[in-house]
Design a protein around this ligand. Structure first.
Ligand code: ADP
Ligand code: MG
Length: 212
């Protein structure tokens, strides 16, 4: 397969330069299948095995839609565990490091609530977190999603396996209905299809079949 280069995508030159500085030259197969649709603003359901570069697919998508002058939460990524949320926020920070003053905040359980609430008082552009702690901030009004453009459900299959379906439903109830919803998963069981039907609008489905 001929893998396209990042420079072939309709991205800001500074973002392309930064991607190159991270050592990424060509898109991975799942990035090549999903990113053009993501950049068009479509809802996408993307399935590919672990380690295939799914984080950069949604990371580049959400960064390219950010208005940094508008200091409100514009993108929310839900992850199953703190470790995964930390990895995702680290990668998004790296992908966005060419943008001065961008704030990517990680909101996970297992650490004190108050410092997170205080950080939120100062604003953030991107939130990466686990469903339980994000729900808590929404219920206590320390987090608002009125300006959300992009919602990402990362490792959606694992979040469902961990019993987070109701939490996810509640978190999404705080988000505007006019938004882009991206669903990433390593597997594609019926439960993922149902999740997509509940929260996505005319989704484009892309899948990298590794059986061949
Ligand atoms: P997944 O979420 O699919 O399990 P990750 O997003 O964690 O996979 O990516 C796996 C690794 O691949 C990471 O170390 C990431 O930095 C790297 N990576 C992502 N995209 C590219 C690319 N286009 N070229 C080279 N390496 C990449
Ligand atoms: Mg991943």
């Amino acid at each position: 397969m001929n893998r396209p280069e990042f420079s072939s995508l309709p991205l800001k030159p500074a973002l392309i330069e930064n991607i190159a500085s991270l050592g990424y030259t060509h898109l991975t197969p799942i990035q090549a299948e999903s990113l053009p649709h993501i950049l068009e603003g479509k809802d996408v359901i993307a399935q590919a095995k672990t380690g295939s570069g799914k984080t950069a697919a949604f990371g580049i998508g959400l960064i390219s839609r950010l208005d940094v002058g508008h200091f409100k939460v514009q993108a929310l990524v839900l992850c199953p565990t703190r470790e995964l949320a930390d990895q995702v926020s680290k990668e998004i920070r790296q992908l966005a490091r060419f943008i001065p003053n961008i704030k990517v905040l990680s909101l996970c359980g297992g650490v004190p609530f108050a410092p997170q609430r205080d950080s939120l008082l100062h604003g953030a552009h991107v939130i990466v977190g686990t469903p339980g702690r994000v729900q808590e901030h929404l219920q206590k009004h320390s987090l608002r999603l009125d300006d959300l453009h992009v919602l990402v459900l990362d490792e959606a299959d694992r979040m469902l396996d961990m019993g987070f379906a109701e939490l996810i439903t509640d978190v999404i109830s705080y988000a505007p209905s006019h938004r882009q919803t991206l669903l990433f998963s390593a597997t594609y069981p019926d439960a993922i299809r149902n999740l997509s039907q509940s929260y996505q609008f005319k989704p484009v489905s892309v899948s990298i079949d590794t059986r061949h």
